[in-house]
Design a binder for this molecule. Structure first.
Ligand code: HEM
Length: 498
């Protein structure tokens, strides 16, 4: 039998010619006029590079490396430039927005801003203290034996429970009960239709899920889609079906929690200490119509933004202070002289220099959000750092890179040195806390900054007042996987009661 012989050269040549044509056209079609900027080769004609650095889980580090290789202004996708000069940060963040219109964003901000003031954050600290007391009791009963010596465990799962309970308490007025149960399991209604869930808070069927799992699946859906242009999204939706379902489940979870909260009697809204209660009180006081559906979207953002970031900042603080025993001893000496017992009075610790130096240094070196938050140049265009950019160009300044500028932070920016924030003793005089961009800047900066700082002060003080902390493997790096937030995946520590 004679087999037919196919000539594959023709189709192969066709593929090569089509690809070359696509690359050439994409490269030459340069609507924003940014072809002249250097950067990784594939970023000149496709989204492949930015997608690749995104899914490797090391986006901030790789963009930082690309700046070291190519210079201060680099092209990281066909429509996006990244700037490494810290001086560009305020220019971009005080004037530019995302594609969300300035008016929409401003309205949303005005609505939420009064619920996130420094006073609200301060009033919340006794609740953080009581969650910390609960966590410390758990650690003591699980891990601390009568023997002197360190007990070893991975602190990431526990800090995750703490962060969820804390945001649950802040939003709905009660924790999810995770520290108590030692598990992140929550129940979700089997019917995911929002109106149904909103109507019947109590008698719907439920099933259990891991909240940490569902939140991270949701991020695996939102994050890559956010990196791609709109016309790629239908493909993303097909590929990431499971992740898209996680996003739906999470929305139903939040909607149902809100419905439950609204079904409880709130006798005096003016005394409500949770975000939902204060929001309702504000709506009533201003005779505004309250639509629960519109609050759900805000609560989804706040629940994720307010738990993942704080959780990772606290893990990083534990890691750095466990690694730097000198810094830990200085912090403990300060806590011992200002805290008479393990019960925390926030006014006693709010302004402690060493505690704040350790916190600032953690937020500088770790920075839970490390990327350049993308902003869009308004039409017809504007000049940034001497470069004229057309309207519609996306621009960003990576926080990770700004936080490693030797010009801003002095020597050894890669090292954890809280003393750089303190005056005297070889510290760099005049270090400016405004140069810290962990919470970003301008009209879109983090709304939860006061709350996060207050919570972190209380959490760090509670742990180091009670325990000596060391790393199981002192030289091991902190393992991080980056999506939108840089997440610590494991941090094995040893605890010993002081
Ligand atoms: C260490 C903790 C935290 C860090 C490092 C952090 C960082 C950030 C950053 C960098 C942004 C983006 C700002 C921008 O686009 O310019 C942001 C936005 C936001 N954060 Fe935080 N955050 C933290 C804690 C919190 C907490 C505790 C909450 C609330 C409970 C919160 C709620 C939000 C919200 C709602 C936004 C969106 C703001 C807007 O679009 O106007 N964050 N955060």
């Amino acid at each position: 039998m004679v087999l037919p012989v196919f000539n594959l050269w023709g189709p192969a040549a066709g593929v090569v010619v089509t690809c070359s044509f696509y690359v050439l056209v994409s490269y030459l079609y340069d609507p924003y006029g940014i072809r002249k900027y250097p950067g990784p080769f594939s970023a000149k004609f496709s989204y492949a590079w930015i997608l690749w650095v995104g899914i490797t889980g090391r986006r901030s580090q790789r963009i930082h490396d690309a700046h070291n290789k190519y210079g201060p202004i680099i092209r990281i996708s066909p429509c996006e430039l990244s700037f490494s000069d810290p001086a560009v940060y305020p220019v971009i963040h005080s004037n530019l927005f995302t594609t969300l219109s300035k008016t929409d964003h401003g309205q949303k901000r005005r609505l939420l801003h009064p619920l996130f003031t420094a006073q609200v954050a301060r009033e919340f600290t006794p609740r953080t203290s009581s969650l910390m007391a609960q966590l410390i009791d758990k650690w003591e009963s699980h891990y601390i034996s009568s023997e002197a010596g360190f007990i070893w465990f991975d602190c990431v799962p526990w800090i995750t429970l703490l962060a969820f309970d804390s945001i649950g308490e802040f939003i709905f007025g009660e924790p999810f009960g995770m520290i108590e149960s030692g598990s992140d399991s929550v129940t979700v209604p089997t019917d995911l239709q929002l109106p149904f869930v909103m109507d019947k808070a109590t008698d719907v069927e439920h099933y259990p899920i891991s909240l940490a799992h569902i939140v991270s699946m949701r991020e695996r859906y939102n994050y890559p889609l956010g990196l791609l242009p709109k016309w790629w999204r239908p493909i993303g939706l097909r590929v990431l079906r499971k992740e898209a379902q996680a996003a739906e489940i999470f929305s139903a979870f939040v909607a149902h929690r809100l419905a439950e909260r609204l079904s409880t009697t709130v006798p005096q809204l003016e005394n409500a200490h949770d975000l939902v209660g204060r929001f309702l009180h504000k709506s009533q006081a201003q005779s505004e119509e309250f639509r629960p559906e519109s609050l759900v979207a805000e609560l989804i953002t706040i629940l994720v933004a307010g738990s993942d970031t704080t959780r990772n900042a606290l893990i990083a603080a534990l890691y750095y202070l466990a690694q730097s025993q000198n810094a830990q001893r200085n912090l403990q000496a300060e806590l011992d002289s200002h805290m008479t017992s393990c019960t925390i009075s926030y006014t006693d610790i709010e302004v402690l220099p060493c505690l704040n130096a350790c916190l600032n240094e953690t937020l500088r070196l770790y920075s839970p959000v490390g990327i350049g938050l993308p902003r869009t140049v308004p039409h017809p265009g504007m000049s940034i750092s001497g470069a004229w950019l057309a309207g519609g160009t996306t621009v960003g300044v990576p926080i990770y890179t700004v936080h490693r500028s030797a010009a801003l932070w002095g020597g050894h920016p890669e090292e954890f040195r809280p003393e750089r924030w303190l005056q005297g003793d070889g510290a760099q005089a005049g270090l400016d806390a405004d140069a810290l961009k962990a919470f970003s800047d301008g009209p879109m900066r983090c709304i939860g900054k006061h709350l996060a700082l207050a919570q972190l002060r209380v959490m760090i003080a509670a742990i180091f007042k009670r325990f000596d902390v060391v790393l199981e493997v002192p030289e091991s790096p902190l393992h991080i996987e980056e999506w939108f937030v840089r997440k610590a995946t494991e941090c094995r520590i040893g605890l010993r009661r002081r």
